[in-house]
Design a protein around this ligand. Structure first.
Ligand code: HEM
Length: 167
């Protein structure tokens, strides 16, 4: 699958997950509530994590299964394309020192909305690493792109400081 088709798939995934965002789909009769959008993006991130942990295991043990690893990476790439579209302003719910339930409350920092374009770029850069891993022709290339992907999620490297990114 080409990156363009993957991009289209990622955006479709975002739209399907949101149902309707307050701005983009203003005319929808049944817009998603902020709570529903937060739930959608937490679900997406959890799935990114589940796929990444398989790849992490391969990197740690050195037992790289290219077929499976590439499939995990392709899923991550598509989901990371959709992810930044799940942050309408109404879901900026960050409050300093608030007690949050990690199962249901958003862990997203307000900085995301202050630096939206950086946040978007971070997500696209990580998505590209995942895409490269999904197209790796050999173990060495897969390992490099997978490491780049893992590294790109370190919060201190992200201009958007994606708090809650359990990387
Ligand atoms: C391999 C890549 C990544 C992994 C394994 C990962 C993992 C996770 C996990 C496990 C969570 C917690 C989900 C939950 O609430 O239960 C999370 C949340 C989050 N991640 Fe990531 N992440 C990755 C990439 C990224 C990237 C590239 C960004 C930003 C550009 C990002 C931004 C966030 C944000 C903002 C949240 C909080 C979402 C919310 O609570 O509303 N993550 N991540």
């Amino acid at each position: 699958m080409s990156r363009t088709r993957l991009l289209i798939g990622g955006v479709c995934l975002a739209v399907a997950l949101i149902g309707a965002s307050s701005v983009a789909l203003a005319q929808d009769q049944n817009p998603a509530t902020p709570k529903e959008v937060v739930f959608a993006r937490k679900t997406l991130m959890t799935s990114i994590g589940t796929n990444m942990y398989v790849i992490d295991g391969m990197l740690e043990t050195g037992k790289i299964d290219l077929v499976s690893g590439r499939a995990n990476a392709e899923s991550i790439s598509a989901m990371l394309m959709a992810f930044p579209h799940l942050f309408p302003n109404s879901t900026n719910l960050w409050k300093a020192n608030a007690v949050r339930d990690p199962a249901t409350d958003t862990l997203a920092d307000a900085g995301i909305w202050e630096s939206r374009s950086f946040f978007y770029k971070d997500a696209m850069a990580a998505s590209k690493y995942a895409f490269d891993a999904s197209r790796a022709q050999n173990v060495a290339d897969f390992r490099k792109s997978a490491r780049d992907l893992r590294q790109s999620t370190r919060t201190e490297q992200s201009s958007a400081k994606p708090i809650g990114c359990a990387c």
